[in-house]
Design a protein around this ligand. Sequence first.
Ligand SMILES: *[C@@H]1O[C@H](CO)[C@@H](O)[C@H](O)[C@H]1NC(C)=O
Ligand SMILES: *[C@@H]1O[C@H](CO)[C@@H](O)[C@H](O)[C@H]1NC(C)=O
Ligand SMILES: *[C@@H]1O[C@H](CO)[C@@H](O)[C@H](O)[C@H]1NC(C)=O
Length: 451
Amino acid sequence: MLEAMMLQKVNKRLLSMVLLTLLCCNIIVLRQNNATKERDWAIKETRSDATPAECIINDGKAVVHEKDPMLANELIGAIDNFKMKMDQHEMPSVESIGPSFYFLTKDPRPERNWPALSRAWNATHAVVDDNSVTNAGSDIWGSQGLGDEIIMEVKNVPKSHPVKLLEPGKYAAFSGWYVGNFGHYLHDHLSKIAWLKSLVSDDTKFLLPYHELHKNILTVVDDRFVKERVIWVQYDEVVHASEGSLTILIPKANFPFPGGFPQTGTIYTEHLRRWLEESNWSSKQSTGEKKGKVIFYTRSGSSIRRVVNSELEELLIQKTIAAMKRRGQTEEDLVIFNGHGEDGNMLSIEAQFELYSSSDLVIGPHGSGLANVIWMDPRCNSKNRPKVIEFASSSRTPAVQGGSMYGYWFLYGSLPWMDYHQIYYTSGDDLADGEVFIDPQEFEETLNKLL
Ligand SMILES: *[C@@H]1O[C@H](CO)[C@@H](O)[C@H](O)[C@H]1NC(C)=O
Ligand SMILES: *[C@@H]1O[C@H](CO)[C@@H](O)[C@H](O)[C@H]1NC(C)=O
Ligand SMILES: *[C@@H]1O[C@H](CO)[C@@H](O)[C@H](O)[C@H]1NC(C)=O
């Protein structure tokens, strides 16, 4: 059936409906976008359809801890609004091209690390995730209008590029938009690869643009997948299968950024959660007898932005230890994490995975150390459900990240299975000394609810 979907455009509509119904449980609403072209069917799913009910905690939302009632209302409203948008989020279209294809991801470097745009084509069709080319923020499929231009453009590509030949077979490709960035790979790329993986058959190989960091992260997620199914391609390298079909995701135009990835959405995150569970956690016991480690993420010494004032940080750490003692833990179970190991070098991705996956509570200011929360126990029935306390900005502290409250719950397109809490800076400045403050009493109350 999957093969049929890849090869027969005529039946695509019907087949994708069947396919997604099989894959994604309950209610799926298919809606025809009035741009009339066949491919403009948008798939809509709600989070409750996607995430098992026993997984969802706190109604799937980040919990606001804020004493000022006006600000608290504003923040709760923003989270509700975000959740609603995520629940109704449009998925990208899934396109396939065959019975032979070319594929290329453009290298945005050295000027910038983004956008890494890609295109797939055969003699008559082209698929492009390039907003600037199409001007419609959408894809090109077909041989009319702009499609002709794209095909002309891409047809000339093999002449100026080395072409790597692929074995006959089924392929899928994902480029994302950002090259070699830890946080962006985690929250923008991984979950889309997880989704794409769920759509294609197990013998489909993945064409992914190579960067050492991409490879290291994906290896931690699923080393077998990397060994058996990933073909790393270089940026700017054209790959070609003379007998092969390619499945590729084309982002929709509008949200949250015009014209391309990243596109967050709860459904993607749910696929990532399942993938992590299957590849790494399903064999582990979850007795809950052994409490997880507590990680306190500090930016002190490693950053000049969002560094918690040092006296305050010490007080928060003491409060954390006191709360841990109440659940039978000692200071030994607390890890102060600054991104580096004892030897002063950056901790490897694998070591970060090991550390965070042994933790059930992560505390700290917004920063890449918090992106690692994705490595915590993803199982719905886990007795060590991940708990997070993130210190975030808000309209009260416009000098910190422009007052944006977007922490990792937002960046991942929500993390409904995590007991996720946000405490907002009482004051702080990104530019002057970079120091931030939170209310220690607010912190203590939050901690007491969690431990
Ligand atoms: C098509 O979409 C446009 C803009 O979104 C809207 O104004 C118009 O009413 C729609 N037409 C139909 C037939 O749904
Ligand atoms: C190109 O791919 C499309 C979509 O799979 C297919 O319909 C078309 O026949 C292909 N063109 C050629 C020349 O193979
Ligand atoms: C989970 O991943 C880590 C890091 O790659 C690995 O060391 C560990 O063996 C994996 N666990 C399971 C149960 O697969």
